[in-house]
Structures are given as C-alpha cells and as structure tokens.
Design a protein around this ligand. Structure first.
Ligand SMILES: O=C(O)c1cc(=O)[nH]c(=O)n1[C@@H]1O[C@H](COP(=O)(O)O)[C@@H](O)[C@H]1O
Length: 234
C-alpha cells in the first residue's frame, strides 16, 4: 500500500515571535506544527494557543505520570484543541487508558486529538536502552510498547523510521505512525541516533515525519520545508 506521508514542522524555540515566523514560513508545506516542552515551558500555554491559531497543532508534551495525573492533564489541555497529543508508552497500560478516557470525556467527538504514544525516543540506541536496564533491542522494545499502546486505545505511535516495517507487520495499517529522527541527506544528526531521510521514511511507510532543526536552523526555513515536501512527493 502506498501511503501519503505528511510533514510536521517542530518549532523548538523559547520565543513566541520566532515560533510565529517559523509557523508562517512552513505553512505552505507542513500539515501541522509541533510545539513541545521547550516552547510551552518558556512561553506558556497562551503563547501555544496564539501560535497554533494558524495551523493544526501537534502538542508534544510527552505526558508520563500516574494515571490520575495524566488523565487530569489531558482534561486541562483540552481547550487547546490539539490535532495530536503525545504521551510515553512506558508509562504503562493504565496511564494510557486514563488518557484515552479523559480524551473521550473532555473533547467533542469530532475534535478529539490523535493520542500518540512515544515508544523509544529516537535519540536512544540499543546501548542507551541497556544503560536503563532494557535488554531488548530498540526494534523489539518499540514493537512491544507499540502493541501495548494500541491495546490501550492509542491512535498511533511515535517511533523511528527503522521500526515502521516491523510495526506494520504486527499491527497492520490502523496505527498512525509518526517518525522523528528525520535528516535530509547532508544534514547533521545531532543528538538523534535512529535516523532516516524523508524519502526513506516515506518508502518505509510513515504517515507523518517530524522535522525540526533541518528546517528551523537553515538559512531559509520556508525553502527547507518545501524541499522536504518535494522529496516526500518524489
Ligand atoms: O515526540 C516527539 O516528537 C519526538 C519523539 C522522539 O522519539 N524523538 C524526537 O526527536 N521527537 C521530537 O521531534 C523533534 C525532532 O527535532 P529535530 O531533531 O530538530 O528534527 C523534537 O522536537 C523532538 O522533541
């Protein structure tokens, strides 16, 4: 099955004016903008609402706490009407079920965000997992958490593009699969470990790719985002 792969632009900054300028620059290319921990902590949630006014919002707060707290947090965020909302699958089944319940309670049915469970951060590799006591490979751990997350009612998963094929094998077409750790050829990997190019991620079956610094740190963010979308279309 050939999937259409969209671009989510990660606007990681502390400055509302910069975020607004980037949001405008990527608007013709990106299907959504991602605002996350850095921006929300520095600029506050009113600024999140202001920037998101112009584009569908991927709200990346990576919730990870006891079920009651995560459920309450989802309710508290509902006024922002995100299109997608992240939480850590490693928070466990009950935590994810609490988020699902809160989402179903607090959002009108047609405005419910996609709940996306982060499996294994794309900045981790097998060695990094061993250091935190996980003996499984990143690939096996992603599949394990992916199955758990979908059983707990999540709409999709955040993973690296390397795990798209094994996840599709086990879970089929239903989950929305979103892949950060995307690097156009020639760009710096930085802290990302499990990376692929936009074209490789599309070929592997991503629904969305998330790209931050290769766009925001380029001389021309609008052109960088357009080039990524052209690569996805190619
Ligand atoms: O949840 C995420 O979006 C996320 C999960 C993950 O495993 N890896 C990951 O990089 N991200 C986010 O995706 C973006 C990637 O940014 P760049 O590395 O600058 O392209 C950042 O905003 C990260 O917070």
């Amino acid at each position: 099955m050939t999937r259409k792969t969209g671009l989510i632009a990660a606007l990681d900054t502390q400055d509302p004016a910069t975020a607004k300028a980037w949001a405008q620059a990527v608007a013709p290319s990106a299907g959504a903008i991602k605002l996350g921990l850095e921006f929300a902590y520095a600029a506050g949630f009113q600024a999140v609402a202001d920037v998101a006014g112009s584009a569908p919002l991927f709200l990346d707060l990576k919730l990870h706490d006891i079920p009651n707290t995560v459920g309450s947090a989802v309710r508290a965020l509902s006024h922002l009407r995100p299109k997608m909302l992240t939480l850590h699958a490693s928070g466990g089944r009950a935590m994810m079920e609490a988020a699902r319940q809160a989402c179903d309670d607090a959002f009108p049915a047609h405005e419910r965000p996609a709940l996306l469970a982060v499996t294994v951060l794309t900045s981790m590799d097998d060695h990094g997992l061993q250091e935190i006591g996980v003996a499984a490979t990143a690939r096996d751990q992603v599949v394990r958490l992916g199955k758990l997350a979908m059983a707990a009612g999540m709409d999709g998963l955040i993973c690296s593009a390397h795990e798209l094929a094994p996840l599709r094998d086990v879970l089929g077409d239903k989950p929305l699969l979103v892949t950060p750790g995307i690097r156009p050829a020639g760009s710096q990997a930085g802290d990302q470990k499990r990376i692929m190019t936009p074209a490789q991620a599309r070929a592997a079956g991503a629904d969305w790719i998330v790209v931050g610094r290769p766009i925001t740190q380029s001389d021309n963010p609008a052109a960088a985002a357009a080039a990524i979308v052209a690569e996805l279309a190619g």
